[in-house]
Write a protein that binds this ligand. Structure first.
Ligand SMILES: *Cc1c(COP(=O)(O)O)cnc(C)c1O
Length: 384
């Protein structure tokens, strides 16, 4: 059996070596390292893929979130509601801009931000909601957009983990994750579903004015050369990363299908096993299938009994099976984001999930033998 990795970037590279190498070579030959034709080409290709009016590439996913919030003109003291159970980048940029983060609980079934918790957290100072499409599946965007409309709030989608996923509205129409709110942000960190070979990110929007504002912000607040109209940042996707992304984008759907196929095999193997809860699909989606892209499995996350979770992590590592705990500490308990405003009774689900979750190896190169080995090792341990 091939050794098992959490993310197999080498195996994936071997499959697309020629395309990637040629694409990078073109950048080297033209020496257009920053804002070169490759970046424009990628922007155009991604726009088409997502069916969105504007894609603005930037340096990483954290910047993408920050710039989206700057573009919307959010001001210090504005309250921004986001999930307690996510990667820290989401809340980090809110705090960095001196906005007031309002962390709220998530759903037990799909790990995404709870609509009831958002409703409870809205105050006259609330200006925005940041749903995170955690582990590859959209938050309940229809309900979130309704709340936003009712309370006049912006919606910024943190789509770092769900690029290529689709959201289906109750009337059956579909939209790509990240293109539903006022603005979406994504990351091309190497391990993401569409990863480059370094850092990268992008912002999406259908709003022409916002796109214009954001294009200036990413480039030192310049709308005309050496005229600085607003305080901006330097956040660019470099051409070599765009070259990699251009070579990989045509494969994104295939990559996501491979992740779904692996997820389906995992779930089948755990069926009927007590004390293992497999990932649930939501938003009207009931099963992982080839035609359905409601979940693109950035992570395949199980819930196991909290008394067994840490032991299982250790057992898997001892058996050369990597795994991850995303995320081990609720954000409201992190030193940087703890606040007297928070009440433990409002974080029942997150407090429980952090003790139960375990993410299994998930990438495009997993084979049946590896999946069988991973699942049997887990089942044996849980049944012990
Ligand atoms: C990866 C990630 C980010 C940040 O992306 P970077 O490119 O690493 O800055 C933000 N939010 C979530 C949910 C992520 O998973």
């Amino acid at each position: 059996m091939k050794s098992i990795q959490m993310v197999d970037l080498k195996g994936q590279y071997n499959e697309i070596k020629d395309e990637v190498n040629t694409s990078i070579q073109e950048v080297l030959e033209t020496t257009a390292f920053v804002n070169g034709p490759k970046v424009h080409e990628f922007q155009k290709n991604l726009k088409q893929y997502l069916g969105v009016k504007h894609v603005i590439p930037c340096a990483n996913g954290t910047d993408a979130l920050q710039i989206a919030m700057m573009g919307l003109g959010l001001q210090p003291g504005d309250e921004v509601i986001t999930a307690d159970f996510t990667f820290a980048a989401t809340v980090e940029v809110i705090a960095l801009l001196q906005l007031t983060p309002v962390l709220v609980d998530v759903n037990e079934d799909d790990f995404n931000i709870s609509i009831e918790a958002i409703k409870k957290a809205i105050t006259p100072k609330t200006k925005a909601i940041v749903p995170v499409h955690l582990f590859g599946q959209c938050a309940n965007m229809e309900a979130i957009m309704e709340l936003a409309k009712e309370h006049n709030l912006y919606v910024i989608e943190d789509n770092a983990q769900a690029i290529g996923a689709s959201y289906t509205y109750s009337n059956g129409t579909k939209a790509k994750a990240g293109t539903i709110g006022n603005v979406g942000a994504t990351s091309f960190f190497p391990s993401k579903n569409l990863g480059c070979y370094g850092d990268g990110g992008a912002i999406f929007t259908n709003d022409d004015d916002l796109a214009h504002t954001i294009r200036g912000i990413v480039n030192h607040g310049m709308y005309e050369r050496y005229h600085h109209d607003v305080v901006g940042v330097n956040s660019r996707l470099d051409s070599i990363q765009a070259a990699v992304l251009n070579a990989k984008l045509p494969n994104l759907d295939t990559y996501n299908k491979k992740r779904q196929a692996a997820a389906k095999k995992y779930t089948a193997a755990f069926e009927g096993i007590e004390n293992i809860i497999t990932p649930k699909l939501s938003n009207g989606c009931t099963e992982i299938c080839d035609t359905c892209d409601c979940h693109v499995f950035h992570q395949y996350t199980l819930r196991v009994n909290s008394t067994k979770r840490d032991g299982l992590v250790k057992h898997l590592n001892e058996n050369s099976i990597p795994c991850g705990v995303y995320y081990p500490i609720p954000l409201h308990k992190q030193k940087a984001y703890a606040d007297e405003r928070y009440n433990e009774a409002d974080f029942v689900v997150t407090n429980q999930l952090v003790q139960e979750v375990i993410a299994l190896p998930m990438h495009t190169e997993l084979d049946d033998e590896q999946i069988a080995h991973i699942t049997s090792t887990i089942i044996n341990y849980i049944n012990e």
